[in-house]
Write a protein that binds this ligand. Sequence first.
Ligand code: G3P
Ligand code: MG
Length: 232
Amino acid sequence: MLQLPKVIGHRGAAAYAPENTLASFREAWRRGATWVEIDVKLTADGVPIVMHDESLKRTMGVDRLVAETPRADLPAEVPTFEQAIVCFAELGLGCNVEIKPCQGREQETARVTVGTLRRSWPGQLPPPLLSSFKDASLAAAREAAPEFVRAILLDEIKDDWRQRAEAVGAAGVNTNGKRLTAVQAVAIRKAGYALSVYTINDGDVARALVGMGVDCVITDAPDVILQALSSR
Ligand code: G3P
Ligand code: MG
């Protein structure tokens, strides 16, 4: 089965630093995370950047869509995917790369993401884990670069989860930890998939999920969850 760390810092350490920034990755590392999760999407001119929303408004205060903004116009705090990778190399951080395409750019975003990984992912780091809510992105990633391990990303586990995982050749299932049931957790692990949950910031909840068989907890507060799980 795919081996993952017990804890992954969500968007870096989003509880403590501006999400998906180099400062957030450094904060995650300072607080003990060995991996971070990031969201990758494309600018208007096709540059992969680390950003969650379709718009720059919430995180950067700029009322403009990412898909309509060229790289040159982005605020300096928004890292390119390449800059993020350089930072991971410096810190020794692994990464769950969530392919988060803007509407209609599912395949293009996946292809550019894996192309960047092929060119730039440091050999000394653990191989990255790709995930996406968009099966079309995972399928495109698989076709372009089958060597990168994939996880389906689901807000809710429905009856078709396994069919979807098989269709994109996933080795993992990443899902909303607040909705996951013990029965679902057992079924996913029994089927041979690594199971990760997002976004869990409460130590007791994390302990309960790990008790259900969850392999990896994605959290805004990696120090809190590492501490909670270390006392198991
Ligand atoms: O990849 C886990 C989690 O980040 C998925 O949801 O909306 O925070 O990207 P979101
Ligand atoms: Mg994400």
